[in-house]
Design a protein around this ligand. Structure first.
Ligand code: SF4
Length: 300
């Protein structure tokens, strides 16, 4: 956990959740996208590449165009595939249009796709632990093909279908390890053979644990991240559950001076889709606060 003390009339100490902000896969994808924008000038993305409107606006100024489907992309255009991937069917549609495909699929998501396809080829009925409506899960499902079913994390108490003796299991990368263990244990009770690939990525859990740790040592927590970001919403929920006063902002302009009343130590956490520049801007805004008194804080 990093510490930083700001020189204000009354000192506000800032503590930063660690890790915070972009995960490996999102950082890699955004940097690939930036390189492509510099090279091609205009790049189409299928769906928003990241759940952060400030970052999307910045990328739009560099030439990003967000399209909803391959049908909305002109032929021979440069097309970016976001970190949680797309199905092989979409790739085929793009290839048919002569698209220049820039693949930002996170290697951990790719691993889940490949393991699901492997299990299916080997004749296992494939169970995917995850949210059936999430694009990452839909892509994994499509890669698996064959006999495949998605198990919702809130209902893992499902026995395999009668007569199914070989079950293969993979997970959406953001699921909890405890839930995967529970699913494996439940399936083991009703099938002869279970083959499991743990395709969970630790990035989400690490950010959640970091905000929980931070909550114990600060007077309040600022969580910065998109209001449409599920992983940021989860950080807010965890922080609130600890009882530590928590505020969710999208950028430094959302700060309310009254919230700082009586607080000396402030924790800052950021979702996996929050870029560093937004966190730095927040930090600078707090650093430029002229005073932090019992009645709140004031700008210069
Ligand atoms: S959360 Fe994990 S799997 Fe998802 S993009 Fe980030 S690093 Fe990749």
């Amino acid at each position: 956990m990093e510490r930083k003390t700001l020189e204000t009339e009354v000192k506000i100490e800032l503590k930063f959740a660690e890790p915070r902000g972009f995960c490996f896969g999102v950082r890699r994808a955004i940097s690939t996208l930036e390189e492509s924008l510099a090279r091609f000038g205009r790049v189409y993305a299928l769906g928003s590449p990241i759940h952060n409107s400030q970052e999307i606006n910045r990328l739009r100024t560099l030439g990003l165009v967000v399209a909803e489907s391959p049908l909305d992309v002109p032929s021979k255009a440069a097309v970016f595939i976001r970190a949680h991937g797309v199905s092989g069917e979409v790739i085929e549609q793009l290839a048919a249009k002569g698209s220049r495909i820039i693949d930002g699929t996170c290697p951990f998501v790719r691993k889940a796709q490949e393991k699901a396809a492997f299990l299916s080829r080997e004749g296992y009925m494939v169970l995917i632990l995850g949210d059936k409506d999430h694009p990452e899960v839909q892509a994994i499902r499509q890669f698996a093909g064959g006999s495949v079913s998605v198990v919702d994390p809130t209902d893992v108490d499902l026995p395999a279908a009668p007569g199914i003796s070989r079950v293969g299991i993979v997970s959406q990368t953001t699921q909890r390890r405890e839930t995967l263990s529970l699913l494996v244990s439940n399936v083991t009770r009703v099938t002869d053979e279970v083959r499991v690939f743990n395709t969970i990525c630790g990035a989400t859990a690490a950010r959640q644990e970091s905000v929980e740790r931070l909550a114990g040592s600060v007077d309040g927590i600022i969580v910065i991240g998109g209001k449409n970001s599920a992983n940021t919403a989860k950080l807010v929920e965890i922080s609130e559950k600890t009882g530590t006063p928590t505020i969710w902002i999208e950028n430094d302009g959302d700060l309310e001076s009254g919230w700082f009343r009586g607080k000396r130590t402030i924790g800052i956490a950021a979702g996996a889709s929050t870029p560093d520049w937004l966190v730095h801007k927040l930090e600078n805004r707090l650093a430029s606060a002229k005073s932090a008194r019992e009645d709140g804080w004031e700008d210069d």
